[in-house]
Write a protein that binds this ligand. Structure first.
Ligand SMILES: [Zn+2]
Length: 162
């Protein structure tokens, strides 16, 4: 079985964004389903979602624990290329972030993280590189969350362990 250090660190950090996003939506609900931006540098990442309030410490702890349980469960990650219309018809708006893919792009690369039940843990149109499964991410450690009330944005910084 491949180990985390076998993969480029930014591929691991980027893949962690997908797993973390799944946990954010499970804990905070559908109101947190729109990703406003993401950032990756080395083992540091940041997920920014649209949201209406600052989550409690308990909720943030729950998000971190849930994300790490999905790393431990080694969820399968699949990438499928689909015509845009087909992807939208099959999966709906959930494939998009707050700022949609430009209309000129007609074929989408859809990244699907499957939960152990076979249900979708996270799905997103994304053309970056990903791990084949989640265990090689390594442990995800959430940093100090920041809520920007004026913009209704929740920033979740994190690091992955070496
Ligand atoms: Zn991605």
């Amino acid at each position: 079985m491949p180990r985390p250090e076998d993969y480029p660190v930014e591929v691991r950090t980027h893949t962690a964004l997908h797993v973390l996003k799944g946990a954010v939506v499970r804990v905070l609900g559908k109101d947190a389903m729109w990703t406003a931006s993401t950032y990756v540098e080395g083992r540091h990442g940041r997920l920014v979602v649209q949201f209406s309030r600052k989550p409690s410490d308990g909720e943030l702890k729950h998000i971190e624990e849930l994300a790490n349980s999905k790393v431990s469960e080694d969820l399968r990650i699949e990438v499928v290329e689909l015509a845009r219309e087909e992807a939208e018809k099959t999966y709906g708006d959930v494939i998009y972030d707050l700022f949609k893919v430009p209309e000129s792009i007609r074929v989408l690369s859809i990244v699907i993280v499957y939960d152990t039940s076979g249900e979708i843990w996270n799905i997103n149109a994304c053309n970056k590189q990903h791990l084949p499964s989640t265990s090689s991410i390594g442990r995800i450690k959430l940093g100090k969350a920041r809520f920007r009330q004026t913009k209704n944005l929740l920033e979740l910084p994190f690091d992955i362990e070496p």
